[in-house]
Design a binder for this molecule. Structure first.
Ligand code: FAD
Length: 487
């Protein structure tokens, strides 16, 4: 069958590989003149930054795509497991090294915070349990097929439902389990891994640290952009045709079936259409003649981000690949993001420095800082004002905490913000992860991976089930491909 994929985000490339490996003829149409969508790169004045995602978990989902295409992954794509997941800093001078190994991490908590590490060890065990109990239903299968609710995994989850924390929010579960305010803040931060609010998102999301600690995060050789490029080359090698600078205008349907797409007045016919584009603009712009699932499209969006790419003319040995500088009041910071739609005066700052692993990403003796804060989605706020104010507050905060004049160290700069995330990838409101997980029903309110009304129309990527982030996007591609028969 002829398959058309709209968009070459990571899920679009993955679904193209899967369909080509099944023997279908696959064409990808991408609005930009490069592949990868959010998973792209920026190069300037001798520095290289991964422009979007910086944290890579569950790398075996990438390996799986090479094996499916009959290739040995290590011959095309390599990564290193991180010994340190993140360095955490607080204004009072507390510094915790987030060792990937849960035992070492618990020991660090004991020595740095002077408390018993047992609750931390238990928390990691519970994270593993929550993941094992939910993955077969919420992550690896369509939530919109009857067969999911008759599977063994579903009954396993039901039998353990009270241990999954579906009702209390993440913060409540963390406060009860961990007590120490710094530990609670550290574990609440995992809500941001899918752009959610720990004071609203269900406690089951406390499974997220499992990816970073029990399984372990990784870093790809060549940086995050190597994920995009290695999969793009794999797709081309197995016959996928890519068309760049080709924004799709319409999904064509006939008699309740998708029959192709239209681009600039040109028609391309197909037996299967997969949209990797954000589901909101897919309905609003490409399917204007169809009734849109309004309840799903109105579902609250995840947070967006403000990122400064700074070339820094010295090195900081106290920092690692991933670093967090916490705010003084996390609850208020999230109220600003999700309730007030603005930015707290003391935001939590994340710094990713890929030159720690890839020295060639910065000139000798320098570092490439990717400095990010979580911000609300674009609802027409005065972004120029917000960005200027946030920039000076971030610089003041980092200068205070690192005891150095950070502004004087910046030799080159670029930035990304909700408006540009939206315009460069068509992500509605500039959300990083599609819909948020801020309600107990969120998982059920994400759009399905297929259309209930139009045959042969499928959806993959961060705005549909099972959600955003590289691993889940790759799973969305797997769910879609599993629904389509081999040629
Ligand atoms: P997208 O990347 O959203 O791409 C969609 C593609 O569709 C784009 O290339 C777009 O141009 C194309 N398109 C849109 N409309 C059309 C059209 N009409 N015709 C043709 N093409 C079209 N995830 C992690 O796992 N770890 C992280 O650390 C992390 N950090 C992030 C930091 C930032 C700053 C951002 C922006 C995201 C981050 N994410 C992270 C989230 C992750 O990047 C996304 O979930 C994932 O990359 C989304 O992939 P996708 O397949 O949904 O497609």
């Amino acid at each position: 069958m002829r398959a058309v994929v709209i968009g070459s985000g990571i899920a679009g490339i993955a679904v193209a590989i899967r369909l080509a490996a099944k023997g279908h003829q696959v064409q990808v149409f991408e609005a930009n003149d490069y592949p990868g969508g959010k998973l792209t790169v920026l190069e300037k004045d001798g520095f290289r930054w991964d422009a979007g995602p910086s944290l890579f978990t569950m790398p075996h989902y990438v390996d799986e795509l090479f094996r499916l295409a009959g290739r040995e992954p290590q011959e095309h794509f390599n990564y290193e497991r991180l010994k340190i997941a993140c360095e955490y800093f607080w204004e009072d001078g507390t510094h915790l090294t987030g060792h990937s190994d849960p035992q070492k991490f618990a020991h660090e908590v004991e020595t740095q915070l002077g408390i018993d590490g047992t609750p931390v060890r238990q928390h990691f065990r519970k994270a593993a349990f929550k993941y094992e109990m939910t993955k077969g239903v919420f992550l690896e299968r369509s939530l919109h097929r009857f067969s999911t609710y008759t599977s063994r995994d579903f009954f396993k989850g039901i039998a353990n439902i009270w241990r999954l924390h579906l009702l209390p929010n993440m913060d409540r579960v963390n406060r009860k389990a961990l007590e120490h305010p710094k530990l609670v803040q550290l574990f609440n931060r995992y809500a941001t891994y899918n752009g959610s609010n720990p004071y609203a998102a269900p406690g089951v999301l406390n499974l997220i640290p499992h990816f970073e600690h029990n399984v372990g995060a990784a870093f790809p050789q060549g940086g995050m952009h190597a994920i995009t490029m290695s999969l793009y080359h794999l797709a081309k090698d197995i016959g996928v045709e890519f068309n760049f600078g080709e924004p799709v205008d319409r999904i064509v349907t006939q008699g309740g079936r998708a029959t192709g797409i239209e681009i600039g007045g040109k028609a391309v016919s197909a037996d299967i259409v997969v949209s990797n584009m954000d589901v909101v603009p897919t309905y609003r712009h490409l399917m204007k003649d169809q009734k849109a699932p309004e309840r799903v499209l109105r579902h609250e969006r995840s947070s967006s981000a403000l990122i400064f790419y700074w070339g820094i003319k010295r090195q900081f040995p106290q920092m690692d690949l991933h670093n967090i500088f916490f705010s003084d009041d996390y609850r208020t910071e999230f109220a600003h993001i999700f309730e007030r739609g603005d930015v707290y005066h003391d935001p939590t700052v994340y710094i990713h420095i890929s030159s720690k692993m890839e020295p060639a990403d910065a000139p000798d003796g320098m570092e490439n800082w990717f400095v990010m804060i979580n911000v609300p989605g674009n609802q027409g706020q005065d972004w120029d004002g917000i960005i200027a104010q946030a920039r000076s507050r971030i610089i003041e905060k980092l200068s205070r905490m690192l005891k150095v004049d950070v502004a004087a160290l910046i030799v080159t700069e670029d930035r990304l913000e909700p408006r540009t995330i939206e315009s460069r990838t068509s992500s509605y409101t500039g959300a990083l992860y599609g819909a948020s997980s801020n309600s107990r029903m969120s998982a059920f309110l994400r759009h399905a991976n297929f259309s209930r009304k139009i045959k042969n129309l499928y959806f993959c990527g961060g705005s549909v089930h099972p959600g955003g982030g590289i691993p889940l996007c790759l799973l969305s591609a797997r769910i879609v491909a599993d629904m389509i028969k081999a040629a």
